[in-house]
Design a binder for this molecule. Structure first.
Ligand SMILES: Nc1ncnc2c1ncn2[C@@H]1O[C@H](COP(=O)(O)OP(=O)(O)OP(=O)(O)O)[C@@H](O)[C@H]1O
Ligand SMILES: [Mg+2]
Length: 460
């Protein structure tokens, strides 16, 4: 492999732990180096660099936390993940307070190591502006191939591929996705990357207008064709001539309009309201809907024939909560967009605030995230967005514990979260979780009761 996903430096004197991590991380495409103590790590830094440091909290020769503080002072953008032996949660908390990105407990849970590494490296690359060891020649994780569209998750890459495939064709495209997922942005990207890009991009909002108005809005009208039609007017479909017509919220079109639209698409011609003459229709249609259309077809509220016309190619845009890996890149884009115009430019975000953003489920998707950042930028008196700049609903989305006291966590919170993480990673197998946590099964049960965690789906 010529390019790696990032460079990781392990600082640990325990050869077994190093081997285990090396195996997991190299398998995921990282370049892994290791040193056995912080002194060697310093030498390593003089010669090269890393995107992430995984350091044991009890290395010999120096206190792990002092090392962490030193690292933070010299390399602010560099995420440091601490590794702690069973039960040393107190040290983990101290570490998080001192600015560690996250912590991993030994023995390692493979999926946890992988996900922490991925998040941390992504964080480093998104925030440092100096991605290292990352393949920048092909698909860039920062600049998407489609201008304003940001995101490097597998599902967004899937969307990019679909855009690239359909842009060169003239087929009708249906874009489905929840509100605020970027449907319009995708429609614009299709238009801009295809042969019609010199033509107009015209939006028709199916939800905005009453039926009769929408009909004349879409198809145009002749003078006197209805009360108020004082002069003849071109419809939006006609205005989109040689370009693209974006039919937003198609699910809201009435059955009558659906029929008229179908005819126009099939016959490739339109007739203004009140006219007998028809004009040729030379537009590419891209339709969008928040609701999946298929159930509406089954329920009889959306015409099946029109559905098949539009559904030649469908692009499904996943909700943001299913691609939270895109959040750091989006946040960075929005900070750049809104932060630079302030007198004190806002240029960054604290890792606690980022973690809150990553955990919130974003029912309003990217639009809601964009508004949250715009607001945070306006509120923040500093160059860095902090948890208190975020909307209350986002701040309180964490297991409330984690958001407590301006982002600091208590030992209990950390213990609870850690227990839940271990349980989640082991199919709620209580026996295994207890072994991993190094406590008796009964103690685990007692703790779960204490934290009010129901063990209904736990394997005991
Ligand atoms: N992948 C993305 N990268 C950057 N910005 C995005 C992305 N997706 C959405 N946005 C931004 O989020 C906002 C909402 O996007 P858009 O209007 O395209 O969503 P939509 O799916 O059409 O929503 P609705 O169904 O409510 O009309 C816009 O400001 C857009 O620029
Ligand atoms: Mg829209």
């Amino acid at each position: 492999m010529t390019h790696s996903h990032g460079r990781i430096l392990i600082v640990d004197s325990n050869a077994g732990a190093v081997d285990e991590l090396r195996e997991i991380l190299s398998h995921d495409g990282y370049e892994v180096s290791s040193v056995s103590n912080p002194k060697d790590a310093r030498v390593y830094f003089e010669q090269g660099s890393a995107d992430l440091i995984l350091t044991d909290l009890q290395p010999p020769h120096t206190d792990g936390l002092t090392f962490l503080t030193e690292l933070r002072a010299s390399f602010q953008d560099l995420p440091v993940v601490l590794m702690t032996a069973n039960g040393s949660l107190r040290t983990a908390v101290e570490g998080l307070k001192a600015g560690a990105f996250d912590y991993l407990s030994k023995p390692f849970i493979i999926d946890e190591v992988r996900s922490v590494a991925r998040r941390a490296v992504e964080h480093a690359q998104a925030f440092s502006g100096r991605p290292q060891g990352y393949d920048r020649s092909g698909k860039d994780e920062e600049e998407s191939p489609f201008g304003n569209l940001v995101g490097s998750s597998a599902s967004m890459v899937h969307v990019y591929k679909a855009i690239a495939r359909v842009a060169q064709t003239d087929s009708t495209v249906l874009i489905q996705g929840e509100s605020g997922t970027g449907k319009e942005l995708i429609a614009r990207a299709i238009h801009a990357s295809g042969p019609r890009s010199d033509g107009p991009f015209v939006t028709v909002d199916g939800a905005a207008l009453a039926d009769s108005l929408l009909e004349s809005e879409l198809f145009g009208h002749e003078r006197g064709s209805f009360t108020g039609a004082v002069s003849a007017r071109k419809g939006l479909l006609e205005k989109a001539h040689s370009g693209t017509c974006f039919l937003d919220e198609v699910a809201d079109l009435s059955p009558a309009l659906q029929g008229k639209l179908l005819r126009a698409i099939q016959e490739k011609e339109i007739r203004r309201v009140g006219s007998n003459a028809s004009t040729a229709l030379n537009v590419r249609i891209i339709a969008a809907s928040k609701l999946p259309l298929e159930p509406l077809v089954r329920a009889g509220t959306f015409r099946e024939d029109l559905y098949y016309r539009m559904n030649v190619v469908t692009i499904e845009v996943p909700p943001l909560r299913d691609r939270s890996d895109d959040i750091p890149l989006l946040v960075r884009r929005f900070i750049h967009l809104y932060g630079s115009s302030k007198t004190t430019p806002v240029t960054d975000i604290s890792s606690e605030a980022m973690e809150l953003l990553r955990r919130y489920p974003w029912p309003g998707n990217v639009r809601e995230l964009e508004h949250a950042i715009e607001r945070a930028v306006a509120l923040s008196p500093h160059a860095v967005i902090c948890p208190e700049d975020l909307p209350p609903v986002v701040r309180s989305s964490l297991p409330q514990s984690l958001a407590r006291a301006q982002g600091w966590v208590t030992l209990e919170d950390l213990e609870r979260d850690h227990i839940l993480r271990v349980l989640d990673s082991h199919q709620h197998d209580m026996g295994r979780a207890a072994v991993i946590l190094g406590i008796h099964r009964k103690t685990l049960l007692r703790k779960l009761r204490h934290y009010g965690v129901t063990t209904g789906n736990a394997v005991s």
